[in-house]
Design a protein around this ligand. Structure first.
Ligand code: FES
Ligand code: FES
Length: 158
């Protein structure tokens, strides 16, 4: 297969792949690398379901080209748990029933991880603002906010 050769780091592992010039990072993650956590909700940067962290910056992977991942450090939802040990945010999403259909959940988890890395003690308003780029059609958002608040509380004490 021909394509652009890309070398990048995903969840701490060095990864190399070939991709087409117009292929999004979301498609590369899902279709070439089998990392299907990030979802395609809209494909236009509006829903946040495809959120990943690139070099400590939250991005919509549907708006990034796979070729642009060259030399970058990417974090996806697959890197949050360690074996059977869920990330605190994942655990709190479960405890607070902060998901229903689950399509939005990987994006919310990554966005919340990014938020807490930059602001470990956010107010409710800051959480809502920080997650404003992520849409959920099921939960009404309150349970998600409570889960993030609880996770922040636990992570601060850890
Ligand atoms: S699929 Fe990327 S923002 Fe909706
Ligand atoms: S849980 Fe269904 S869209 Fe959020």
């Amino acid at each position: 297969m021909t394509g652009i050769a890309v070398s990048t780091t995903i969840n701490g592992d060095t990864i190399e792949y070939l991709c087409q010039p117009d292929e999004t990072l979301l498609d590369v993650l899902r279709d070439r690398l089998g990392l299907t956590g990030a979802k395609e909700g809209c494909g236009t940067g509006d829903c946040g379901a495809c959120s990943v962290i690139v070099d400590d910056r939250l991005v919509c992977s549907c708006l990034v080209l796979g070729a642009e991942a060259e030399g970058r450090r990417i974090e996806t939802v697959e890197g949050m748990a360690h074996g059977d040990q869920l990330h605190t945010l994942q655990q709190k999403f479960l405890e607070h029933a902060a998901l229903q259909c689950g399509i939005c959940t990987p994006g919310f988890l990554i966005a919340a991880k990014d938020l807490l890395a930059k602001n470990p003690d956010p107010s409710e308003e800051e959480i809502r603002f920080g997650l404003a780029g992520n849409l959920c059609r099921c939960t009404g958002y309150d349970k998600i906010v409570r889960a993030v608040q609880d996770a922040a509380h636990v992570m601060k004490g850890a």
